[in-house]
Design a binder for this molecule. Structure first.
Ligand SMILES: *[C@@H]1O[C@H](CO)[C@@H](O)[C@H](O)[C@H]1NC(C)=O
Ligand SMILES: *[C@@H]1O[C@H](CO)[C@@H](O)[C@H](O)[C@H]1NC(C)=O
Ligand SMILES: *[C@@H]1O[C@H](CO)[C@@H](O)[C@H](O)[C@H]1NC(C)=O
Ligand SMILES: *[C@@H]1O[C@H](CO)[C@@H](O)[C@H](O)[C@H]1NC(C)=O
Ligand SMILES: *[C@@H]1O[C@H](CO)[C@@H](O)[C@H](O)[C@H]1NC(C)=O
Ligand SMILES: *[C@@H]1O[C@H](CO)[C@@H](O)[C@H](O)[C@H]1NC(C)=O
Ligand SMILES: *[C@@H]1O[C@H](CO)[C@@H](O)[C@H](O)[C@H]1NC(C)=O
Ligand SMILES: *[C@@H]1O[C@H](CO)[C@@H](O)[C@H](O)[C@H]1NC(C)=O
Ligand SMILES: *[C@@H]1O[C@H](CO)[C@@H](O)[C@H](O)[C@H]1NC(C)=O
Ligand SMILES: *[C@@H]1O[C@H](CO)[C@@H](O)[C@H](O)[C@H]1NC(C)=O
Ligand SMILES: *[C@@H]1O[C@H](CO)[C@@H](O)[C@H](O)[C@H]1NC(C)=O
Ligand SMILES: CC(=O)N[C@H]1CO[C@H](CO)[C@@H](O)[C@@H]1O
Length: 693
């Protein structure tokens, strides 16, 4: 097949993907993306995208048969419930973002819609299950678990009927029922079918206020939930700052002279080198643990030495790499180091500084070249593991094909357990790259040949990832492209994002490939959910670089609430991505204009004809404890504020009368508002979307 035809085919497949609302994110209960099987399953009624392979389908069939349900109506309901594991939305049905369940959430409400176009009743599936099955005996009932069980109800294995275990329909549906809330769907007996809703008019624009002049790479909200945040720069200093309320006219207060932690002596700073990541342990308030990710220089720093990513395991000979901008292979390293606030204050939350003494070196790896090494670190909000974003290590087109090589940590998202630190002997025996252990559900734990740190692969240079604060299973990364396309990916366990076989949705041919090729047939790449062509930001192909942001979950600007924000570093352009249907993983995105509020604490009226982009370089985004979003640029720190402050219209904004300063609001109020508004929005969507099966 000629490359043009193949190209057309890829486009056609993409088009199909966008037309089929049930194809995209969707996530399985094990955090993997559903896969597309080329034939229907024998037992469960799923074809196309599904979470079950034929072996899992067979297991479900055996489980169903072992239940020996005599009544055919009840049997058919139970079959659909068991098969919900195969639904491409099973992660939502089994609520993996909350407390994962044995049984999917059974739709228990008879929603009578108040929207005129869908005056329709949705079956109360939970009561249907109760009424059909209450007296029917079954082995290995999945309904023996749960609270509010009948006193003396049997625990397992015995033949039981629902009434053996549950007092009433109410008790039963309190335990297993639910509606489509929390941004999740419920199960109504049929495969989840999300229906698109009318796209709301795109927001007018983003209103910014300039909060500080400093140039930072990381902003991390204080783990204590207060109005404070940490800011770090690329040179290696971290400051603790207080964030003033919106409308107060105050700027971010940092004492430049007394940083929270100063690692500039350890950090090697250059264009793509420096302190690139900062994370606080999920239990920081108890244990005071802090983690920094940075680059160091082996030639000047004796503590900076680890195994080289270019080694014989991956057919890479460092002596053949040559020097890159004068640097020798593995002169520069990527490290993650641990620090502590212990001893600097009575409580970690009141610490104003951290001890500069490194507690532990978590990770060290020598880099083949000087670019594309990600560097961000984030703790997973659900699992508490440390995710480390690592690029392909540089070189045009990933010459050594590291990103597709599962024996290399380059071009990967890595996942570490930093709570169980093995002994030095074990670190050596296990062939680890530092002082951490491997979570036992990492995808390659069982395979001795492969790198057990890998969570996802096929990335070029993940530059800024985030977990959606409302839906932690949405782990979004922007991945910087090579020649054509900047992409945003939804990261799933063992997901392969295609580089260097694909650049975004396009096939990519590496200009040189001294070792290793991956055939297109050997991988099933997960294509980006958002992105842009280089031609959109720059007529000279080349200089574009994506900066990933956040799902905007603040109600400060209700018109961008729920949208994913991302930017181009050089062009200073910003996009918002809108997911439709909600929870589908199917996004459309628009470039959005922005301007600065006249009453910005620091003046930042952008010059209309300035040759420089308005914000200069957008390095990163940040999110505070109110879910307000910030832009970290080399011209300073900007906060997204109410659209009316820039005279943007947003119908959903409640404009307060000028001069009436609203009283300070607690985090609870803000969350409550966010919840109320998003629930109203979600319930309208759900009326349209869910369960018309
Ligand atoms: C597709 O189905 C055919 C037979 O129907 C089978 O031989 C082939 O291995 C399947 N391919 C994949 C990728 O599952
Ligand atoms: C399954 O149920 C039928 C009656 O409904 C019964 O005759 C049969 O023995 C049961 N099988 C097992 C393995 O219990
Ligand atoms: C279920 O069994 C109870 C008593 O065991 C009986 O009163 C009731 O009518 C039965 N219901 C159905 C729907 O068979
Ligand atoms: C069920 O298990 C719980 C604890 O697992 C136990 O306390 C209870 O006695 C058991 N009930 C029966 C009926 O076996
Ligand atoms: C559905 O289930 C949820 C969660 O158990 C409960 O709060 C709600 O009241 C139930 N609704 C109906 C109509 O039963
Ligand atoms: C909804 O979310 C809240 C926490 O935000 C959680 O406590 C609750 O169990 C969730 N409900 C369902 C049905 O998952
Ligand atoms: C999904 O729902 C839409 C509208 O409710 C319907 O037209 C479509 O056939 C459904 N798709 C499936 C696969 O059930
Ligand atoms: C930021 O820079 C501007 C322009 O140089 C200056 O007027 C302002 O005082 C500075 N603000 C802060 C908080 O440093
Ligand atoms: C810091 O203090 C906490 C609480 O006492 C303790 O659990 C932790 O191990 C200490 N960490 C270090 C590095 O001393
Ligand atoms: C493991 O920790 C020890 C003590 O901090 C350190 O000397 C060593 O370099 C670390 N190993 C790696 C690979 O970072
Ligand atoms: C990889 O594939 C390209 C073309 O597809 C070819 O030119 C190159 O020689 C291959 N490299 C190796 C090491 O096989
Ligand atoms: C057939 C069977 O498994 N019977 C068991 C039912 O459960 C009780 C205790 O809950 C056991 O004693 C029985 O052996």
């Amino acid at each position: 097949m000629g490359s043009i035809h193949f190209f057309t085919l890829v486009w056609f497949l993409m088009l199909l993907q966008f037309l089929d609302p049930c194809f995209a994110l969707p996530l399985c209960t094990d955090s993997r993306a559903p896969f597309t099987s080329n034939s229907s399953l024998d037992f469960c009624p799923y074809n196309g995208a599904t979470c079950c392979n034929s072996a899992q389908d067979l297991l479900l069939k055996q489980k169903f048969e072992s239940m020996n349900i005599s009544d055919s109506s009840c049997a058919s309901l139970l079959k659909s419930i068991l098969c919900a594991r195969c639904d491409p939305f099973s992660a939502q049905l089994f609520r993996i973002d909350y407390v994962p369940r044995q049984v999917p959430v059974l739709c228990n409400s008879t929603i009578s819609s108040n929207s005129p176009q869908s005056k329709q009743e949705i079956t109360n599936f939970c009561s249907q299950v109760w009424n059909t099955c209450l007296n029917i005996s079954m082995f290995n009932s999945p309904f023996v678990t749960g609270l509010q069980r009948r006193v003396g109800a049997p625990n397992s294995s015995n033949i039981t009927s629902l009434t053996d275990i549950w007092q009433s329909q109410t008790d039963f549906c309190d335990a297993f029922g639910g509606s489509s809330d929390n941004n999740s769907v419920c199960f109504d007996g049929n495969p989840v079918n999300l229906t698109s809703v009318e796209t709301p008019t795109p927001p007018n624009g983003i209103c910014l206020e300039k909060m500080g002049n400093g140039s930072y790479i990381n902003m991390v909200a204080h783990p204590d939930g207060s109005n404070r945040a940490f800011f770090s720069n690329q040179q290696g200093k971290i400051w603790l700052a207080t964030i003033p309320q919106q409308g107060s006219g105050d700027t971010i207060q940092t004492d430049q002279e007394s940083p929270f932690l100063d690692l500039t002596d350890e950090v090697h700073f250059d264009t793509q080198l420096g302190m690139l990541g900062l994370a606080f342990h999920p239990k920081f308030l108890q244990n005071g643990r802090i983690f920094a990710s940075f680059n160091c220089d082996k030639s000047t720093n004796p503590n900076c030495a680890g195994r080289c990513a270019c080694n014989s395991d991956v057919n890479c000979d460092p002596s053949k790499l040559g020097s890159d901008n004068g640097a020798q292979p593995c002169q520069y390293q990527s490290v993650i180091a641990e620090y502590s606030v212990n001893g600097t204050a009575s409580q970690p939350s009141s610490a104003k500084s951290a001890r500069p003494l490194e507690i532990r070196r978590i990770f060290t790896m020598g880099l083949p070249f000087t670019s594309n090494h990600g560097g961000q670190i984030l703790f997973g909000p659900k699992d508490g593991y440390l995710y480390f974003m690592m690029g392909d290590g540089g070189g045009m087109g990933d010459p050594l094909n590291f990103a597709q090589n599962k024996k290399s940590l380059l071009g990967k998202i890595l996942r570490f357990d930093v709570d169980n630190i093995p002994s030095a002997t074990d670190v050596n025996q296990l062939g680890l790259w530092g002082n951490y252990s491997i979570p036992n559900d990492n995808p390659y734990v069982q395979d001795k040949e492969l790198e057990k740190e890998i969570w996802a692969l096929g990335l070029r240079n993940p530059w800024r990832c985030s977990f959606d604060s409302l839906r932690p299973s949405y782990f979004v990364c922007a991945d910087v492209g090579q020649d054509l396309y900047e992409e945003v990916d939804l990261i799933t366990k063992d997901g392969n994002y295609g580089w260097r076989k694909y650049e975004g949705p396009f096939t990519y041919a590496a200009p040189e490939s001294p070792v290793g090729n991956t055939s297109a047939e050997a991988i099933s790449p997960i294509f980006p959910v958002m992105g842009y062509n280089h031609s959109e930001v720059n007529s000279n192909q080349g200089s574009a670089s994506i900066t990933g942001g956040y799902f905007y979950r603040s109600m400060t600007d209700p018109c961008i609430n729920g949208r994913y924000l991302y930017a181009d570093l050089y062009a200073s352009s910003i996009w918002t991505g809108f997911e439709n249907p909600i929870n589908s993983g199917n996004f459309s995105s628009n470039k959005i204009s922005f301007t600065c509020a006249n009453d910005s604490p620091i003046s930042c009226t952008f010059a209309p004809n300035s040759p420089l982009p308005a914000l200069s370089y957008i390095f990163s985004f940040g999110e505070d404890n109110n879910n307000d979003v910030y832009l970290l640029t080399n011209s300073g720190v900007y906060r997204i504020v109410r659209p009316s402050r820039c005279k943007y219209t947003c119908a959903k904004e409640i404009v307060e009368s000028p001069g009436s300063d609203s009283p300070p609001r607690s985090k609870g109020d803000v969350l409550q508002d966010r919840y109320t508004v998003s629930m109203a929005f979600i319930s309208i969507l759900c009326l349209l979307i869910v369960n018309f099966g």
